[in-house]
Write a protein that binds this ligand. Structure first.
Ligand SMILES: Nc1ncnc2c1ncn2[C@@H]1O[C@H](COP(=O)(O)OP(=O)(O)OP(=O)(O)O)[C@@H](O)[C@H]1O
Length: 254
């Protein structure tokens, strides 16, 4: 049995365009795996396949050896959580409530019941609140629990988004461009945070520094095809990777 997340021979077409061509990838327990590639390489499509937004025409996925046919609304139950490229937080809720809402089906006893004034058990509410505070602490933003997200710095809101994904204690965390919009120091801090997480991570990211510093393995895509796969050192030394990014004579990816 392959432990963790395994993708085998995944292909996706949009009309005549091949977005993913026979892609296989493993995300073992506890590993951080990156997917990089130039614009249009297929990174987001791969992410969307794992989230269940895009159904591949061929290929299979398994999670701990069990067939995985993800549906976006069932990810939490499968032990999968994801962050969004943007912020995606409810401005009418506090930071804490936003994170509690990330617990998916558990949140029905907390935030959703609060929103719709339904009865709830105090014990469930407390459990969810504790889990949300713990996720905020992990992400270094617990001090903002009572604030509304709107007025907070972008980097704080990105971390709230990460806490929202972590609250359900996923086995696999999917990060879609987590460094987008962050400055160099914020990216360094994010790298430390991600490296300290206890779950497996699949990260799609443009910022090469972040990918190189946090990933155990990296898949490089170009035009939907696998260009290279390996450790950061192997991938950055691979001429095919430099070619995919910059053209044949251009050296290392930046
Ligand atoms: N829903 C869609 N319908 C048609 N074509 C699509 C769709 N989604 C993606 N594509 C095309 O599939 C290819 C791969 O796109 P994808 O967004 O996965 O690339 P990417 O590597 O994430 O790019 P970027 O770095 O620019 O976000 C591109 O040519 C894109 O235009």
């Amino acid at each position: 049995m392959t432990e963790g997340l395994a993708l085998r021979h995944i292909s996706v077409h949009f009309g005549g365009l091949t977005a993913l061509d026979d892609i296989s990838l493993d995300v073992p327990p506890g590993a951080v795996v990156g997917v990089i590639g130039p614009n249009g390489a297929g990174k987001t499509t791969l992410f969307n396949v794992v989230c269940g937004f895009v159904r591949p025409e061929t290929g299979t996925m398994t999670l701990d050896g069990q067939p995985l046919r993800p549906r976006p609304q069932q990810l939490t139950r499968l032990g999968i959580a994801r962050t969004l490229q943007g912020i995606g937080q409810f401005s009418g809720l506090t930071v804490l409530e936003n994170v509690m809402a990330g617990a998916g089906r558990d949140a029905r006893t907390g935030v959703l019941s609060a929103l719709f004034s339904m009865p709830r058990t105090d014990r469930d509410e407390h459990r969810l609140r504790d889990a949300a505070m713990s996720a905020l602490r992990t992400c270094g933003v617990a001090e903002y629990a009572a604030a509304r997200p709107d007025g907070l710095p972008y980097a704080v809101r990105k971390r709230v988004g990460l806490a929202r994904a972590l609250v359900a204690r996923p086995r696999i965390l999917l990060l879609d461009e987590p460094a987008g919009g962050l400055g160099a120091q914020e990216i360094d801090e994010l790298a430390t945070l991600i490296s300290g997480l206890h779950c497996s991570v699949l990260v799609v990211e443009h910022h090469m520094d972040l990918v190189m510093s946090i990933c155990d393995r990296i898949l490089v895509l170009d035009f939907g095809k696998q260009v290279a796969i390996g450790t950061p050192t192997e991938v950055s030394a691979d001429p095919a990777v430099a070619e995919a990014y910059l053209g044949a004579d251009a050296g290392q990816p930046q």
